[in-house]
Design a protein around this ligand. Sequence first.
Ligand code: NAP
Length: 249
Amino acid sequence: MPRLLILGGTSEAGQLARQLAPAHEVVSSLAGRTAAPAALAGAVRIGGFGGAAGLEAYLREGAFDAVIDATHPFAARISAAAATACAAAGIRLLALRRPSWSPVAGDHWIMVPSMAEAARLLPSLGRRAFLAIGRQELAAFGAVSGVWLLVRLLAPETLALPEYHIVLGRGPFRVEDETALLVEHRIDVVVTKESGGTATSAKLAAARALSLPVLMIRRPPGLVGVETVTEVAAAVEWVGALSGTMESP
Ligand code: NAP
């Protein structure tokens, strides 16, 4: 039975742990950004490893057989560290990376390469913006003037932004609720990361229904040379094949 480390912090990582934990030795790793993370099946460890070298040492000490990097597509540093650490320790690595979204009729997406570029363009697109980008990169919008910001967060905090209002919420969200939120706050532009996923994004569907532009920050490219799947089921299959290999004489 392989011993598995799941690098998590996403709903897909939680689903994977739930499906694998009953029959495998699974440890899920969280960065520790969320004060009260959702419960996970199997063992859980919290906090950074101290870069690729720290992760390599952790993998060796824990005698892990494989790592599944199920982190968010924007969590590029831990993914790069996983690739380096697994290569150095000779441990199998699979990336579970949700598929990108594709625009459909009625979508008006403006794709930008960075938060800074999104902040630069924002005043040309609207006066009341919904920022659904998490909390870590809000500072990029600190110098935006003339745009009122509705910021969705998991917990209240004071932000270094000129004019803002916080709305608390943890996904998944419903299209009707997202639409009501945008209407209530008279939002005229939505800002989001190109996180992707298999489920329809409620905020994108709401923006489409209201004919609002969406300023979308492009996701970082995936790592070349790392075996990658886009679905939880494919990751479970990969582990099944790995277990089969390990059981062979
Ligand atoms: P990041 O920039 O790639 O990572 C920064 C540092 O945080 C890493 O170098 C590592 O510290 C630590 N870290 C990140 N993920 C970890 C994990 N699963 N277990 C242990 N340590 C981890 O990542 P981030 O963008 O800050 O995201 C942090 C976490 O939030 C990730 O687990 C990700 O899946 C989740 N998340 C991120 C986003 C997003 O938009 N970025 C959205 C939803 C969820 P050391 O160098 O000390 O090892």
